[in-house]
Design a protein around this ligand. Structure first.
Ligand code: ADP
Ligand code: MG
Length: 352
């Protein structure tokens, strides 16, 4: 098939890598002619995401279309929805933190307490105030402990904000889940996700993840993906306290916390995404060994040098043109029998 991909970042690139192994052709669309996917796709269209004429050109060349990020224009997606198995609804919900949490509540899924910020009324402290739309990697977020903090927060008056109860979680996890056009659903093994400055740092996947927590997260995630009538791979993030599972947010696309599956599982999140959107049956992911994924940001040059001197690791660089602080440049994955070996390898790669 000819698969059109809107967005040429690392997610688009890794979707395309999986798709090529399945003998599909890739047409990419991104405003940057040097984006990671541009040199890998069969045809690259340099255009902005709301350029209707260029999107129509992409549509004319594609049998099916997928997007790799949430900031695509909702009206455009609606116009070509028949060609986009991920559909419109998941995108609409995930673009807006209020809609996202309201949906979870309706489905009986626990969330942090929340309300829309108006006239700086805050119903609970400590809290996190986030832009309702457009935020990622912690951008547009303020942690507020008391009324004083509120005064110093630098809100953009043109934006709408949501107030969320601050959750003192034990850890964060996510369910990477795929649904195909036959209604079959598969969940990937659940990672423990560690963030640094609100950006994912590591995902650790072991066979020891608590079963009760995993079952609850999967039950919630299946409800969500079915309710959204979504086809493809998506990610749903949760906070875990004791054995309580609290919904955080969803991303209607493959996700950074699922990159470990490329080498760590019998099938990757990207392969299952491509199978689903091309009307094939998805596969059951099986964890091959304890796996750790480490992100490489613009400031993490030493990780690359260290990784090159380490045995049995997989280094993925995304081919981005400029190393910028906090920009995701690549990731490293390794599989080990022993958790102590995972720690040792991590220390070795991240040492100064
Ligand atoms: P995004 O990933 O879109 O920037 P998130 O809502 O996932 O936004 O927030 C980023 C990170 O900030 C989370 O992974 C988590 O570590 C922290 N965080 C977000 N919301 C809360 C909350 N209500 N309580 C505690 N920590 C939070
Ligand atoms: Mg998040």
């Amino acid at each position: 098939m000819n698969i059109g991909i809107i967005g040429g970042g690392q997610l688009g690139l890794m979707m395309a890598q999986a798709a090529k192994l399945l003998h599909h052709k890739i047409i990419s669309l991104d405003p940057n002619p040097r984006c990671p996917l541009a040199s890998f796709s069969d045809l690259h269209i340099t255009a902005s995401y709301n350029d209707l004429e260029k999107i129509e050109y992409l549509v004319s060349k594609s049998d099916v279309i997928t997007y790799e990020f949430e900031n695509v224009d909702l009206d455009l997606i609606s116009k070509f929805e028949k060609l986009i198995p991920q559909g419109r609804r998941a995108l609409e919900i995930s673009k807006n933190r209020l809609l996202e949490k309201e949906m979870a509540e309706k489905l009986g899924i626990k969330t942090a307490k929340f309300h829309k910020l108006s006239d700086e009324n805050i119903e609970f402290y400590p809290c996190i105030i986030k832009t309702t739309t457009g935020g990622y990697d912690g951008k547009g977020q303020f942690v507020i402990s008391n009324k004083e903090d509120l005064k110093s927060a630098d809100f953009d008056i043109n934006k709408e904000y949501i107030v969320e109860e601050y959750i003192s979680f034990d850890y964060e996890s996510s369910v990477i889940i795929t649904r195909d056009s036959f209604g079959r659903i598969e969940c990937f093994p659940t990672p423990i996700n560690n963030h640094k400055n609100n950006i994912l740092n590591t995902s650790l996947v072991t066979k020891d993840f608590p079963m009760i927590v995993k079952k609850k997260m999967e039950e919630y995630s299946k409800k969500i993906i079915e309710n959204l009538d979504y086809i493809g791979t998506m990610a749903i993030e949760y906070f875990i306290t004791n054995e309580d599972v609290i919904f955080n947010e969803l991303a209607p696309r493959p996700h950074n916390s699922g990159h470990y599956s490329i080498e760590g599982c019998s099938v990757s999140q990207f392969e299952n995404h491509i199978l689903a959107i091309t009307n094939e049956v998805i596969k059951k992911p099986v964890l091959l060994n304890n796996t750790l994924m480490l992100n490489i940001l613009g400031q993490d040059n030493t990780y690359i040098e260290n990784a090159k001197k380490t045995n049995n690791i997989y280094l993925h660089m995304y081919g981005k043109d400029e190393f910028i602080t906090n920009r995701k440049m690549g990731h490293i994955t390794f599989l080990r029998n022993d958790l102590e070996d995972i720690n040792q390898t991590l220390i070795h790669i991240t040492k100064e």
